[in-house]
Design a binder for this molecule. Structure first.
Ligand code: ACO
Length: 421
C-alpha cells in the first residue's frame, strides 16, 4: 500500500500521508487539510476519526479481540489481578513481585480520606443518584490533592496515581453505603485491593468480615474487563479535558460524568430495568423475545448486541462463566435472574438472534453478577467507573506525554447569515 493518498478537488490534487498502526490500521493524516484546501472533514460522533496515536488498548470488533498492551483480555482475566492489570495499563508492563508489592503497600498507606470529605458525603440527600455523588466527591478530592500533576515528573505522577487508585475504592464504598443507608467502613490495610473494596462495601457493623473467594474473583474480573476500551466516550472526554492542561483528577471527574449516560456506562442499569419489567408483566420471556424481533415495536433486548463487537464480545465470554459460578455457588434465588437466564437461552437458540450475531454483551452478565451480590441497580455504573480508573489514568498520562494539542473540533455553521437588529 502507498504511504500517501491523493485527494482531487476540481483541477487540483493534494497528497496526504497515511498513518499506519502496528495492527495494520490505516488513517489519512489530514492535519493540513484546511490550510491546504480550505476544507474540513464532517464526522459527527467521530466514528471515522482517529483522535490520537495510542499504545494502550487494541480492539477489533469484527474478530472479537480486546488486548491491553498486547495481552489478550482472556489471558489477563484468567491469570492476573485487577491491580496487576492497572499497573500494566498505567506503567506499560506487568509488575514483577517487588513492583507489585511496592504499589500495593503504597496504596494501602494512602487508603484514607480527609474527614471533611465525609461531611460532603453526609450532605447529599439520600435519594441522590450514586453517579452524581461519585462525580462530586471525585471533584472534591482535588481540593485535598494537587490540582495539576506534573506529568514529566515520574515521582509526582506515581504519587498522584497511587492517591487516586487508593482513594477511589473508598469513595465507591462510601457511595454504596450511603445508597443503602449504612455507616461507612474503614479501609483495612491487611487486605488485597479487591478484598478491601468488598470489605468496605459489604461488612456489617461489628461483623468479623470473611471475604468470599467467589465474590472477590467476580469483582476482580469485572474490574479487569472494564479497565480500558480505547477511545470510548468517557475516555475521549478524559483526554480532551486533559488536553486543556486540566489536572488528572479534574479530567477523570469529567470522564465519570460522561460514563453516567445511558448510552455508555448506564446501559447495564437498563438490563435490570428490562428484566424487572418482564417480571412485573408475568415473566413471559417469549413475549418479549417476539417484541424484540418485531420491527414495528421499538423494544430491543437490552444487553444484546454491541456497537463495536459484531461477532461476539470477548469480555462477555469471560464473564458469563463467572456469572454462572456466582449464581450456582452462592445459591442465589432471584426470579429476576431466572428471567435473565431464560432470555439468554431462548435468544441464543433463536434464528433472529443467531443470524444477526446478537449475543449477550458484557453488560448483560455484569448486571447479573452485581445484582447477585446485592449491589443496587443505580450503583452498577459506579462499579464500572472503579474498573475504568486505571484506563483513564493511562490515557490521560499518554495524552500529556505525547504533548497532544488542545482538543478543538470545528463545525459546519448552518445558522443565520449576518443580519441587522
Ligand atoms: N434486540 C433486538 N434486535 C436487535 C438488537 C437487540 N438488542 N440489537 C440489534 N438488533 C437488530 C437490529 O434491529 C438490526 O436488525 P435488522 O438487520 O433486521 O435491521 C440488526 O440487529 C443489526 O443491529 P444494528 O442496529 O445494526 O446494531 P447497532 O450496531 O446499530 O446497535 C446496539 C448496537 C445499539 C448495542 C444494539 O444492539 C442495541 O440497541 N442493543 C441493546 C442495548 C444495549 O445492550 N446496549 C449496550 C451495549 S454495550 C455498550 O455499548 C457499552
Amino acid at each position: 500500500m502507498n504511504d500517501k493518498i491523493k485527494i482531487s478537488l476540481g483541477n487540483e490534487s493534494h497528497e496526504f500521508p497515511l498513518v499506519k498502526g502496528t495492527e495494520n490500521e490505516v488513517g489519512i493524516d489530514i492535519k493540513d487539510l484546511r490550510s491546504r484546501t480550505g476544507l474540513i472533514t464532517f464526522d459527527p460522533g467521530y466514528k471515522n476519526t482517529g483522535s490520537c496515536l495510542s499504545d494502550i488498548t487494541y480492539l477489533d470488533g469484527e474478530k472479537g479481540i480486546l488486548r491491553y498492551r498486547g495481552y489478550s483480555i482472556d489471558d489477563l482475566a484468567n491469570n492476573v489481578t485487577f491491580l496487576e492489570v492497572a499497573y500494566l495499563l498505567i506503567w506499560g508492563e506487568l509488575p514483577n513481585e517487588k513492583e507489585l508489592s511496592n504499589v500495593s503497600n503504597e496504596i494501602q498507606e494512602s487508603s484514607s480520606i480527609d474527614k471533611d470529605l465525609e461531611c460532603i458525603l453526609k450532605s447529599f440527600p439520600s435519594k441522590a443518584h450514586p453517579m452524581g455523588i461519585l462525580c462530586s466527591l471525585t471533584s472534591a478530592l482535588i481540593a485535598f490533592n494537587p490540582s495539576s500533576v506534573d506529568v514529566s515528573s515520574k515521582e509526582k505522577m506515581f504519587r498522584a496515581t497511587i492517591e487516586l487508585m487508593a482513594k477511589f475504592p473508598i469513595l465507591v464504598s462510601w457511595v454504596h453505603r450511603k445508597v443503602n443507608g449504612l455507616p461507612i467502613n474503614k479501609s483495612n490495610s491487611k487486605l488485597s485491593y479487591t478484598e478491601n473494596l468488598a470489605q468496605m462495601m459489604f461488612k456489617s457493623s461489628g461483623d468479623n468480615y470473611q471475604s468470599n473467594p467467589i465474590i472477590i474473583n467476580a469483582l476482580d474480573k469485572l474490574l479487569i474487563l472494564h479497565a480500558d476500551h480505547e477511545q470510548n466516550c468517557s475516555t475521549s472526554t478524559v483526554r480532551i479535558v486533559g488536553s486543556s492542561r486540566a489536572g488528572m483528577y479534574a479530567s477523570i471527574s469529567a470522564g465519570i460524568s460522561a460514563l453516567w449516560g445511558p448510552l455508555h456506562g448506564g446501559a447495564n442499569q437498563a438490563v435490570i430495568e428490562m428484566l424487572e419489567k418482564i417480571k412485573a408483566d408475568g415473566g413471559n420471556t417469549k413475549k418479549y423475545l417476539e417484541k424484540a424481533k418485531d420491527k414495528e415495536d421499538a423494544f430491543r433486548l437490552m444487553g444484546f448486541g454491541h456497537r463495536v463487537y459484531k461477532n461476539f464480545d470477548p469480555r462477555a465470554k469471560i464473564i458469563k462463566k463467572t456469572a454462572d459460578e456466582v449464581l450456582t455457588k452462592l445459591g442465589i434465588n432471584d426470579p429476576v435472574l431466572d428471567i435473565a437466564k431464560g432470555l439468554e437461552e431462548e435468544a441464543l437458540n433463536d434464528p433472529y438472534f443467531i443470524e444477526r450475531k446478537l449475543y449477550p454483551n458484557v453488560d448483560f452478565y455484569s448486571c447479573i453478577i452485581y445484582r447477585a451480590l446485592g449491589i443496587p441497580t443505580e450503583m452498577f455504573t459506579v462499579m464500572f467507573a472503579l474498573g475504568r480508573v486505571p484506563g483513564w489514568i493511562a490515557q490521560w498520562k499518554e495524552m500529556r506525554l505525547n504533548k497532544e494539542p488542545i482538543g478543538r473540533p470545528r463545525q459546519i455553521y448552518k445558522g443565520y447569515n449576518s443580519r441587522s437588529l
